[in-house]
Design a protein around this ligand. Structure first.
Ligand SMILES: *[C@@H]1O[C@H](CO)[C@@H](O)[C@H](O)[C@H]1NC(C)=O
Length: 244
């Protein structure tokens, strides 16, 4: 029963009570009971409203579960293919700040070493992901994969995706840098071109440490704060604020 109907029935009860006269006590009791039920319903509804509508920044729990399931499948598949991968960008921020995703981030970021990806041909990768019900898309401009569940998902919220950003070592400067044709034309000068997002290879020397990430444990770079210093040179020292 919704609140509006409940209110109407209380009003009719009161009207009836007036006409009954002789059973006043019983009437007052039923009105009180209705009021208590109404209050309880009102309280539970406001609670629900607070969780989702009042805080659009929070990713709903169900959407989170989807992300964790997707992330766990992707990470074990990458390990199975011997592709070195680790938390990075916003997901590394989340791991450091929250031991999980940032509360407003519905998606996840992993970084991977291109030399380990390149030993597999494209068709083999596609097949391996497809067999697990995942769609894999590569952007050759950005040098990154986007992975999502290929099944239809509830349209209440945006489907979680996982970005895998590829890095490769530049022998001239001994730094790892982003791949993709947008950056390939740039000279390997990490200081002059922040978009190369360079970092030293020793931060991802094997074996990588594992970091809690919600219910999962995922590989992370060594000295994770150091990678954040490279990728967020101007802001790494202060906590990230909600971006919504
Ligand atoms: C993909 O979605 C389906 C339901 O639509 C679910 O059963 C399956 O476990 C999901 N797979 C992954 C890897 O998230």
């Amino acid at each position: 029963m919704n609140i509006k109907r409940m209110r109407v029935s209380i009003i009719t009860l009161r009207r009836k009570c007036r006409s009954w006269g002789h059973q006043r006590g019983l009437c007052v009791l039923s009105i009180l009971v209705s009021l208590v039920i109404l209050t309880i319903r009102y309280l539970t509804i406001t609670e629900r409203v607070e969780e989702t509508d009042l805080n659009p920044c929070l990713v709903p729990k169900e959407q989170r579960r989807w992300l964790f399931h997707l992330l766990s499948t992707v990470s074990s598949l990458l390990s199975h293919l011997a592709i070195t991968h680790f938390l990075c960008y916003d997901s590394l921020w989340g791991a450091v700040q929250e031991s999980g995703p940032l509360p407003w981030d519905a998606h996840a970021h992993l970084c991977a070493l291109n030399e380990k990806v390149a030993v597999h041909d494209e068709a083999e990768l596609l097949r391996a992901f497809r067999r697990r019900g995942l769609a894999l898309e590569y952007s050759s401009a950005e040098g990154q994969y986007t992975i999502k569940n290929s099944s239809a998902i509830p349209d209440k919220w945006e489907a979680p995706t996982i970005q895998i950003i590829l890095f490769e070592e530049d022998d001239r400067v001994h730094m790892l840098r982003r791949v993709g044709w947008k950056r390939r034309v740039l000279p390997p000068d990490c200081d002059a071109h922040p978009s190369l997002q360079c970092f030293p290879p020793n931060l991802v020397a094997l074996p990588l440490p594992e970091r809690p990430f919600g219910p999962l444990t995922l590989p992370a770079p060594r000295e994770d704060i150091d990678l954040l210093k490279f990728h967020y040179p101007d802001t790494w020292w202060r906590p990230l604020l909600p971006q919504c």
